[in-house]
Design a protein around this ligand. Structure first.
Ligand SMILES: C[S@@+](CC[C@H](N)C(=O)[O-])C[C@H]1O[C@@H](n2cnc3c(N)ncnc32)[C@H](O)[C@@H]1O
Length: 187
């Protein structure tokens, strides 16, 4: 898909050039995209969410998986300029009917979703714990929460990772794909 390749090249170029993190798209690698798409397509019936859209690269992987199984995805992005790029991505890729883009701090909206079946968490690490505590009680049995950077940002995420790995409400493990994915399945 053209837009996917365009975003991959843009992100890779920015990383090579040393563009400051705040200006980069900070996308997941393609391998992680395949992994989350596979999990989203296998999730039980319910609402699919993503926290941290950026220009919509990971959302595209999830949207294609959701489309295949007749579902939609809601994605949250706090920065207006990133949301603008994401809107462009969804239109160019023809998935705008599958994706609902919410512009704002995800934490202000998450409590409205009571039957979450899949959530991909890829935002600032400081909000992971808050998002986890809001989502897990509202997740359907068999629902999946996947959090990126569980290995690359192990130290800063340690309290949240330990909470999930010892949480009796879920089965959880860290999968060593690319930057490391925490996968939690609600019991
Ligand atoms: C690592 S990037 C996401 C990359 C994207 N998942 C991808 O792979 O294409 C993190 C994004 O989360 C957004 N973000 C940070 N805090 C947020 C919040 N509280 N609510 C919604 N979005 C947030 C940032 O603006 C940034 O665009």
């Amino acid at each position: 898909m053209d837009r996917m390749k365009y975003l991959e090249d843009l992100d890779a170029g920015d990383r090579r050039d040393g563009t400051p993190t705040s200006q980069r798209l900070r996308q997941i690698p393609a391998e992680t995209g395949k992994f989350i798409a596979l999990l989203a397509a296998s999730a039980p019936k319910g609402t699919c969410l993503e926290i941290g859209t950026s220009a919509g690269y990971s959302t595209l992987w999830l949207a294609l998986a959701c489309k295949e199984v007749g579902r939609k995805i809601t994605t949250f992005e706090v920065l207006k300029e990133k949301a603008k790029l994401a809107k462009e991505t969804f239109e160019l890729a023809g998935v705008e009917k599958v994706v609902e883009l919410v512009i704002g701090d995800a934490r202000e909206y998450l409590r409205n979703y009571k039957t979450v079946s899949f959530c991909f968490l890829d935002a600032e690490k400081e909000i992971y714990a808050d998002c986890y505590e809001i989502i897990i009680p509202n997740m359907v049995s068999g629902g999946l929460l996947v959090a990126d950077n569980a290995i690359s940002h192990k130290e800063i995420l340690e309290p949240m990772l330990n909470r999930a790995l010892n949480d009796k409400r879920v089965d959880a493990l860290i999968v060593p794909i690319e930057r490391g994915e925490l996968v939690c399945r609600k019991l």
